[in-house]
Design a protein around this ligand. Structure first.
Ligand code: IPM
Ligand code: MG
Length: 372
């Protein structure tokens, strides 16, 4: 096990810098407790990079990302950059990083901490016990398919095009990721598609079923579900799901929906991986980020919830730094602080103690137990 890790930190825009500074703080504390070293490099990305260099992602930052064990990313974008051309919008940096680093598998664990059962807009008995994992394909589908763009028609009106494309190989690798992840959980995979209408996902369904059949995943239960039904089932009975594997765009939509099962999108972490889940560190370089956005309305006011970032650090420990024990302890520290009644504004409820972003980070740090 390597004991020295290079982490590229990309705080980005809005609340990004606030939550990321809590994230790096917590990671440094974990490193001391578990006897490994982290070396942080920091770079500009998104709007911050546009302001400095005119582009949302520069080559030196991309190079640093490729040379690090893991990337910790905040959030990107804000009203200031909304008017820019699509090709240089802050969000492009995110897509470019995913593509250039080959991060085809996006893991979004949706787990309700029982202390937050009342924080959801859904009833306690519906959300209680929710523990699912969205495995979103991240470098294919309609986000990247060709042709794409807006062209002018002879009559002066315009035509906008994006293309949903999936190849056998792209589906095979994400299916394997999902089956492997399910083996470490409750051994059920729900593959979500729109196979009744879209040929690209008809192929999706066929290939997922073949990988299941031919690659010895008989110990994992596989079911197929149409995306519209899945959207409904997620809020009707979320406990039926263990692992959901789906396309880039369906995963984007369903993971935001699923976030509300945990009380707030401020609770949802994510890991974007290029290698197989749970393999050696060299093969699982990853990018870790909270699922929430830059929240410009509360930026700079110490109000953001840093827990999604802290939980993303836990995923980094588990998937890229081979520090599973530390990851478990960090998640337990978060649970303890929530059980202690501390809340940021997004999850605040009656009788709980409202704390800011920094204080929440400090409280979690205090609770982390080492292995000594
Ligand atoms: C996400 C975000 C991104 C996506 C945007 C910001 C490009 O919504 O990570 O879910 O659509 O993938
Ligand atoms: Mg999204």
């Amino acid at each position: 096990m390597a004991s020295h890790y290079k982490i590229l930190v990309l705080p980005g825009d809005g609340v990004g810098p606030e939550v990321i500074s809590v994230g790096t703080q917590v990671l440094s504390q974990v490193a001391v407790l578990y006897g490994f070293e982290v070396e942080f490099e920091e770079g500009l990305v998104g709007g911050a990079s546009i302001d400095a260099y005119g582009r949302p992602l520069t080559d030196p930052v991309l190079k640093l990302a490729k040379e690090s064990h893991a990337v910790l990313l905040g959030a990107m974008g804000g009203p200031k950059w909304d008017g820019l051309d699509y090709s240089i919008r802050p969000e492009r940096a995110l897509l470019a990083l995913r593509q250039e680093l080959g991060l085809f598998a996006n893991l979004r664990p949706v787990k309700l901490f029982s202390a937050l059962a009342e924080a959801s807009t859904l009833r306690r008995e519906v959300v209680e016990g929710t523990d699912l994992l969205v495995v979103r394909e991240l470098t294919g589908g309609i986000y990247f398919g060709q042709p794409k763009g807006i062209t002018r028609l002879p009559d002066g009106t315009e035509r906008g095009v994006n293309t949903e494309v999936y190849t056998t190989a792209e589906i095979e690798r994400i299916a394997r990721t999902a089956f492997e992840a399910a083996r470490k959980r409750r051994r059920k995979v729900t593959s979500v598609d729109k196979a009744n209408v879209l040929e690209a996902t008809e192929l999706w369904r066929k290939v997922v079923a073949r990988i299941h059949r031919e690659n010895g995943y008989g110990d994992v239960q596989l079911e197929h579900m149409l995306v519209d039904n899945c959207a409904m089932q997620l809020i009707r009975n979320p406990k039926q799901f263990d692992v959901i594997v789906t396309t880039n765009m369906f995963g984007d939509i369903l993971s935001d929906e699923a976030a509300m099962l945990t009380g707030s999108i401020g609770m949802l972490p994510s890991a974007s991986l290029g290698g197989q889940v749970g393999t050696c560190p060299e093969q699982s370089r990853g990018m870790y980020e909270p699922v929430h956005g830059s929240a410009p309305d509360i930026a700079g006011r110490d109000m953001a919830n840093p827990l999604a970032t802290i939980l993303s650090v836990a995923l980094m420990l588990r998937h890229s730094l081979d520090q599973g024990e530390a990851a478990d302890q960090l998640e337990m520290a978060v649970e303890e602080v929530l059980n202690g009644g501390y809340r940021t504004r997004d999850i605040q409820e009656k009788g709980c103690r409202l704390v800011g972003c920094k204080e929440m980070g400090r409280l979690v740090g205090e609770k982390i137990k080492g292995d000594k």
